[in-house]
Design a protein around this ligand. Structure first.
Ligand code: TYD
Length: 207
């Protein structure tokens, strides 16, 4: 029997309220209509332990380095128990945030040195990188307005607008440094238009 192809690993990033989860849902639905076997998941979270760590991190104040270590503890479980097994069995993985969020939030946002995150990333997921990262870019003020309409802020969402400007800039800098992995989409554009652009980018992988 020929070895099945690996699935594609696609991550969605952006400041809180950018609309990445909406895009992830729409892309997942479109792929499923095309018979793509996929797993939808999120970070922090995606496993029972990861979800428990998520509740801790979203609710409770902690040192930035503690937060970073817990993010990567959750990520290790997620990679080992969900992401790798899915990719190895030819399923696609659509993940709401991954390690780019640690660089944007923990390093740029909270001042954790990036070489710490480099080391953790190698330790926790080695060679594994997303095949594509969709960065849903939007002005943090607009993102804040959207969030405020739908829910109360968690510990991250309660950060200042300066924090989110820094996070946004860090995401954009990462995207500029790796154009082949990143696709930057305008989170202020109509959602259906953004979804179509993402599907167009995925089209070569669907043949
Ligand atoms: P997210 O699931 O996008 O929030 P929501 O579903 O409430 O929109 O992410 C939760 C928070 O976790 C978000 O504020 C960003 C933060 N985060 C980090 O700070 N570092 C990370 O590595 C990850 C994965 C998330």
């Amino acid at each position: 029997m020929p070895k099945p192809a690996r699935g594609r690993f696609i991550t969605f990033e952006g400041v809180d309220g950018a609309g990445k989860s909406t895009q992830l849902d729409a892309v997942a639905q479109a792929l499923q209509q095309r018979q793509v076997a996929l797993v939808r998941t999120r970070e922090p979270g995606g496993t029972p332990l990861g979800e428990a760590l998520r509740s801790l991190m979203l609710g409770q104040a902690m040192e930035p380095m503690t937060e970073t270590l817990l993010m990567f503890a959750a990520r290790k479980e997620h990679v080992a128990r969900v992401i790798e097994p899915a990719l190895a069995s030819a399923r696609w993985v659509l993940c709401d945030r991954f390690t780019d969020a640690s660089y944007a939030y923990q390093c740029a946002g909270r001042g954790v040195p990036s070489d710490r995150v480099d080391a953790l990333a190698i330790w926790v997921h080695g060679e594994l990188q997303p095949d594509l990262t969709v960065l849903v870019d939007v002005d943090p003020a607009e993102a804040h307005r959207r969030r405020a309409q739908v829910r109360a802020a968690d510990r991250f969402e309660a950060e200042s607008s300066a924090f989110f400007q820094t996070v946004r800039a860090a995401y954009l800098a990462r995207a500029a440094a790796d154009r082949s992995r990143f696709m930057v989409v305008d989170g202020g554009a109509p959602a259906a238009q953004v979804t179509s652009a993402i599907l167009e980018r995925l089209a070569p992988w669907l043949t």
